[in-house]
Design a protein around this ligand. Structure first.
Ligand SMILES: Nc1ncnc2c1ncn2[C@@H]1O[C@H](COP(=O)(O)OP(=O)(O)OP(=O)(O)O)[C@@H](O)[C@H]1O
Length: 260
């Protein structure tokens, strides 16, 4: 891929300690502009580590991570975490405006950006609220709005719906799909939920039990303008089952201790 937005080449990550842990081994992966790539794999296979390496929060032990910048000054990455990680002392609006304010966007403009992103997530009325006044699903939407407000080259989402109940999760999956259709961001999306990966993405990267390697990459043929009905189709069930069949051994290996 010549025009890769993200290029991971032979990335290995080891953590030194009483017991050395190889979290990731020889990961090579390219992600195109506007592509939505889901990453699934058993617990502990290094999915979060992978996102942290792309975010520049950690360095690979060997190999490289390159991000193609589209314009100077644009943040490379913005992260959405499983736990919303909002600042409790800031209003919802100020939480979302935090990224733009950090980039020295004037206060009024940053508030405007925040209000726009909150409106996109159906939270237009809640700008003056504080995080403790919101439900878990609303907080998570604020977390997503906050990441979107950073207008980063790549959106990194680490199990963003993992802590939510099934119904809220289903609704938020649909919201994320709409956001995707509106603005076509480049996304790396870690999830344990195979149906979520299939519903949202262009490709699903299947990882092995630790040390995490790319075991397979499944290309999905569903169009970007897919709707919620996709979930009820035979093809959706077939693809999801196929991914689970691939993953089952890895999940079992992780449960019995993996390689280390
Ligand atoms: N800072 C660290 N120091 C030492 N070991 C670490 C560190 N961060 C992660 N690890 C180890 O690296 C491995 C991969 O962790 P990581 O959190 O990336 O996995 P994961 O696939 O995201 O897991 P889960 O699905 O359970 O969230 C684990 O064995 C973990 O204990």
């Amino acid at each position: 891929m010549n025009d890769a937005k993200v290029r991971l080449s032979g990335v290995t990550k080891r953590f030194a300690g009483a017991q050395d842990v190889t979290a990731l081994e020889d990961i090579s992966l390219e992600i195109a502009e506007s592509e939505f790539v889901a990453i699934v794999g058993p617990s502990g296979c290094g999915k979060s580590t992978l996102l942290r390496l792309v975010a520049g929060l950690q360095d690979p032990t060997s190999g490289s991570v390159e991000i193609q910048a589209s314009r100077p000054g644009r943040p490379k990455t913005a992260m959405v975490f499983q736990e919303h990680a909002l600042f409790p002392w800031l209003s919802v609006r100020d939480n979302v405006a935090f990224g733009p304010r950090n980039r020295e966007v004037p206060r009024k403009e940053a508030a405007q950006i925040a209000d726009e992103q909150l409106a996109r997530l159906g939270l237009g009325r809640f700008g003056d609220f504080y995080p403790h006044q919101l439900s878990g699903g609303m907080k998570q939407r604020v977390g997503i709005a906050r990441a979107l407000a950073q207008d980063a080259e790549i959106l990194l989402m680490d199990e963003p719906l993992g802590a939510l109940d099934a119904q809220t999760r289903t609704l938020l999956q649909e919201q994320i799909l709409e956001l995707r259709q509106e603005s076509r961001p480049t996304v790396m999306y870690v999830t344990h939920a195979i149906d979520e990966a299939v519903f949202l993405s262009d490709r699903v990267v299947l990882m092995s039990a630790r040390p995490g390697r790319v075991r397979d990459i499944v290309e999905l043929d569903f169009p970007v303008d897919r709707g919620p009905d996709l979930r009820g189709t035979e093809e959706f069930a077939k693809v999801s089952q196929g991914i689970w069949n691939h993953l089952r051994d890895e999940v079992q290996a992780a449960m019995t201790g993996g390689e280390q």
